[in-house]
Every structure is written in structure tokens, then in C-alpha cells.
Design a protein around this ligand. Sequence first.
Ligand code: SAM
Length: 194
Amino acid sequence: MLLHRVLPFSKRLISETVFPGETVVDATAGNGNDTLFLAEQVGTEGKVFAFDIQEAAILATAERLGDLTARTTLILDSHANVDQYVDEPIGGAMFNLGYLPYANDKSIVTKPDSTITAIHKLLGMLKKGGIITISVYDGHDGGKEERDALLDYVKTLHQADVHVIRYELLNQRNNPPFLIAIEKVRDFDEVVQI
Ligand code: SAM
């Protein structure tokens, strides 16, 4: 199959651009599925920084990681503060927006300002050729506002600095996610907006 669903497709992009020994970021740890995937990608010499603002998510991620916790730093803070924790080039980053699946309280969701701040900072840290994947859900309260702000933001990024795609399956029911992927195509410390 070539036309994967969004989550497997985002993993495929990351697996083609992240190499063993690299440092990567899971911006929304949640239940730890992407954190575990990233920890497997970077191997024993690599590092994963995983962020979440909910303690329940950090605990669930630690449990999901099992033996791979050693190569992972779990951070109970907003991804908007990523530059306070990560001080080295990164091979890639993943976002999975919205609320914590299976949580009792689904009112804790990602927000446009912090999501965009985090992406902006991560683009500066990203290696040339690296990719940031953002799985976007817009079915919950505030989801459409976050989606629109994000689409507005990525369209301002200079085409000489990054390539940005939107990928989605058009025949799925029940508000499926779509993917935004940003590939850094030349070196820069701060991405230019136009
Ligand atoms: N990738 C996760 C997985 O594999 O299970 C699912 C992530 S879930 C859809 C979104 C997560 O983002 C929630 O756990 C939520 O607490 C977290 N979140 C919301 N705002 C955040 C922020 N500003 N910084 C970091 N995480 C945040």
C-alpha cells in the first residue's frame, strides 16, 4: 500500500529522514505511541525529548516506553518552551494535535499559539533534510481555529527554506486527521515568514 492513513504515513516520512544516534522531539507525548516509535528510530545512541502538559500523559508514555525510557527525556511542560530543554540540532519532530485519547477530561487540547511557537522554534533546530510532521484533528472544540491558524502560518514559510505538504485521505468518515509535513531544504537558524 502506498496511500497510507495519516499516522502511518507520518511515521514513514520520519523513518526515511531520522537516523540512529540523532536527537528528535515528540511535541505531544500523549499515550506515548509516537515517543516509542521515535525511540526505536534513534537507537541506543540517540535521544528523544517528549513533551506533554498533562502528568497522566507523561506517566502513560513512561509505561509505554518500558526499557526504552533510558534514551528518552520526558518533560511535563508545553512544547512552546522546547528551547529551554533542547540545545542541539534535531533530526525530526512529531506533533499529534488535539486531546489525549481515552482521557476523562478531553478539554485539555493543543492550542494555536503554543503549537505555532513550538513549530517555529523547532524549525530553527531542525537539520537540513529533516521533517516535522503535524497530524491535525479538527473535530473537537477549538480544533477548527487551530487548523486554520496552522494553515495560515505554514503558508507564510519561505519556499526556499522549507517545503510544506498537506496530505489527507478524502474518503474517510468521522473527522479523520490530515497531515502537514514540513521539510527543511536549506540551513537557517530562524525561519523567514513572508
Ligand atoms: N502522540 C500521542 C500518542 O501517540 O498517544 C497522542 C497525542 S494527543 C492527540 C495530544 C496531546 O497533546 C495530549 O496528551 C495533550 O495533553 C498534549 N498537549 C496539549 N497541549 C500541549 C502543549 N502545549 N505542549 C505539549 N503537549 C500538549
